[in-house]
Design a protein around this ligand. Sequence first.
Ligand code: TEU
Ligand code: CA
Length: 547
Amino acid sequence: MYDFRKSVVYQIYPKSFCDTNGDGLGDLRGVTAKLDYLKTLGVDYIWMTPFFVSPQRDNGYDVADYRNIDPRFGTMEDFETLCREAKARDIRVMLDMVFNHTSTEHEWFQKALAGDPKYENYYIWKDGDPDTPPNNWQSKFGGSTWEYAPQVGKYYLHLFNKTQADLNWENPEVREEVYKNINWWLDRGLSGFRIDAIINIKKKLPYKDYPADRSDGLSCVDHMLADAQGVGEFLGEMRDRGFASHEAFTVGEVFNEKDEELPDFIGDGGYFSSIFNFSTNVWGGSDKGWYDCKRITPDAYKKCYFDAQKKIGDHGFYSNIIENHDQPRGVSYYIPEGDVCLESKKMLAALYFLMRGLPFIYQGQEIGMENLPVIPIEQVDDISALDQYQVALDAGFTSEEALKIISLRNRDNARTPVQWSAEKNAGFTQGTPWLIVNPNYTKINVASQEQDGNSVLAFYKELIALRKNPDYKETFVYGDVIPFEESRHNLMAYHRKGEKDLLVLGNFQKETQEVTLPSKCKNILLNNYPNVEIEGTQVTLKGYQVF
Ligand code: TEU
Ligand code: CA
């Protein structure tokens, strides 16, 4: 069986990846067209976010048909070509499955609205008078979790946008549908899945009010989810009935799992092959933090990583990320403002990439793409940012303040088209791009970095090659993480100990820093400054230097 632990995964947000027919939207053929690029980079898996039939309110996370491809992305034939071409390059394909909810345009929901009791029971309903939602739960994107459906005369539950109705996992027929869909895709030769928002499938009954603001920082709906017992039964069943027959590789989007449950989630016999390490993301999976969205300090970042490693121990492998399609660009969020530069981007890359776990690279990360400047509200696409903008206006903020509030968490930051070249629209499309292209594309793009041995892209290639180097692979993949000088301010350093003892040292500040190595350094495998030589054990690390 293929050992997924040695893999590097590349996340593709197809809508913003590459457009081949000039309609301004990335498509499946665009992914196929870039497979050689991905092969040269050295990735083993591509995870593609949803491209199923969808009204695209949440860019495909509102699925209206699990088995058909949205024509805007292409056809089933395009998908088969993509899989075949990926296989020819030894790249495995993962899909993104959204089973916490469906689009309200899904046939099941439409049948429920039309009064079919079978399908009504696919969703979660509550009686109530049209003007007063059943309780105080606030959806993750802002506003009540309850939406009144006059056709049925009841409220339905939605943890995300009101066009994303939560499925009733307590109903065995719903679970059956889920497993059928998983197997249907696996039969098409897929290697695995990323499973969306899966920790949310278990709700706490009865549906009562929760304190809206708690000292632990959880919102009422997060608190309800944390209180819900028994999600494991659903997840175990999904593993056995869904993933097991094809030994699929699975990564769960799991937030705030309880510590004692971690061994059940991953590792041998776990619900998933791996789960994401979201520990450095200060707002976690919470809908809180739009108003007080803070940056994380280098010391807090380091602590999150080391704590996560301690927590997971030998239980399994995290999937490590610095960004994804829901988060700010890592370099714009983790590196202090004003310090974002070539060296700091490379440092951030090396520190997370060489940790124990599977490194995930989100499209554009490998060239150091950055957040958008603040854009006018008319140009904002992200549905969560728009919902939260409304919440801010309702709370009495001016439109200018509301715009500022949403700008760091606006998910458009990471969703702007991939910057392939300095040509028009960054080479993403011949047409009009669906979302604004980051104006910095003339400086940050793939074409120029491919010509530059000192680029962020060249550094990512080095990182991937290093992790696969036969001499170091065993240590970088399976070796332990042992912090070095853990309490030292703005130094993030650790040993990877396995067959070899490798030390990763990162100076997380622009000022230089003196370090005494534990022993004489034999060989520098990688560094972000040219011509580094170390004589004895005394080293002066330059600003954001890593090696
Ligand atoms: O995100 C799950 C989730 O919990 C989000 O609230 C996430 O924390 C938030 O977007 C961060 O700002 C998943 C998908 O990754 C996301 O794109 C979808 O919008 C969401 O599920 C609903 O399907
Ligand atoms: Ca297109």
